[in-house]
Design a protein around this ligand. Structure first.
Ligand code: SF4
Length: 341
């Protein structure tokens, strides 16, 4: 496989990149992807930092995401009554070596020599990120050992890692050595679709090419299904192709939107739908009934316009036109009858 590494961007050596860099030394996160997860994570961060030192009141708990409330309770349990730092200033982690910029924990419990890192969504491997944080915190607190607790809010699961200073130092030294290795080659992995290098990466292009390579008039799909090794390789190739497919569709839509022509394809637009925000429902006073607590409405979010009108009729309330909003429409590609030859 030939690599054209001059076109590939490199990420900085920082704690949050370490676990991805261990899978592929050329991974570089695409900041434009995963914005909605980031926004949710930021919301969790603010609420967690605010409430963890004093604990949730009954009123605050009603409005708090269940997983986040669990994380706040869990952190307080882990602290066993000792001081929890959760403000950004006290949670900044300085590093003596390796990293140019400081890291940031979600909470630090100095008396228990541990820190807390909140995660939303599914479970990934964050061992190296936690090693880096533990190393910095052992330096900051002159400690010989440290425990990292990763709290997966949505899964309500705790994963802990314990390090001595020597262990953490050796691990990060090793990762730095790998990062500086000029001979590193891209290795396709589960994070490729989050990587800014994806369009030019020789590893993913190779995989996609492998899956598309058809020697006979058609692929021998039965043979692929019957052989676990072939199946694994085929799926890897398909994953790369899926991402290329997604990006190719985005490009075709751009061309068509600008009046261009893509043989075999046309653009279809879908009208947006009307909806009412949860806050408007609460404001409308549909919360008097036992079944319509504001917390429940908040939890389930916006409501479609039609359901809103039905609900108003049920409560004998006049629907408010200004509360009914229109979601943005969307466009998608459709193959024309004449396939592109
Ligand atoms: S796309 Fe995948 S294999 Fe290529 S550099 Fe990025 S992470 Fe590595």
């Amino acid at each position: 496989m030939t690599t054209n590494q001059s076109k590939m961007r490199r990420t900085r050596f920082r704690p949050s990149s370490l676990d991805k860099l261990a899978l592929c030394g050329l991974f570089c996160g695409d900041e434009n992807r995963g914005q909605s997860f980031k926004e949710r994570g930021d919301g969790f961060d603010i609420t967690f930092r605010e409430w963890v030192p004093r604990g949730l009141t009954d009123e605050a708990r009603k409005f708090c995401d269940t997983g986040l409330a669990w994380a706040i309770d869990q952190t307080r349990e882990l602290a066993e009554g000792s001081t929890i730092y959760s403000d950004k200033e006290n949670c900044t982690i300085g590093f003596a070596n390796f990293f140019q910029q400081p890291g940031e924990a979600d909470a630090i419990i100095p008396a228990r020599l541990c820190h807390i890192d909140l995660k939303s969504g599914q479970e990934y491997d964050y061992r190296l990120q936690q090693t880096a944080y533990a190393l910095g915190l052992m330096e900051n607190y002159f400690a010989d050992s440290w425990t990292a607790f990763v709290l997966y809010c949505d899964l309500q699961r705790v994963v802990s890692y314990r390090f001595t200073y020597k262990q953490a130092l050796a691990i990060i030294e090793g990762e730095r050595k790998n990062y500086d290795d000029p001979g590193r080659a891209p290795q396709a992995n589960e994070y490729c679709d989050w990587c800014v290098n994806f369009p030019v990466c020789p590893a993913t292009r190779h995989l996609a090419g492998q899956a598309l390579m058809v020697r006979e008039p058609a692929i021998d799909f039965e043979a692929i299904l019957a052989d676990a090794n072939k199946l694994g390789t085929f799926l890897e190739g398909c994953k790369a192709i899926e991402e290329y497919h997604k990006r190719a569709k985005e490009s075709a839509i751009k061309i068509l939107l600008h009046g261009g022509h893509v043989p075999g394809w046309k653009m279809i637009s879908r009208k947006g739908s009307d909806y009412v925000e949860a806050d408007s429902l609460i404001e409308l006073g549909l919360t008097d009934s036992r079944i319509c607590y504001p917390a429940i409405i908040k939890k389930f979010g916006n409501m479609g316009g039609e359901k809103y009108r039905e609900l108003c009729a049920l409560f004998g309330v006049e629907p408010k036109a200004e509360h009914i909003k229109q979601s943005g429409g969307s466009v998608y590609l459709k193959q024309t009858k004449q396939a592109n030859k």
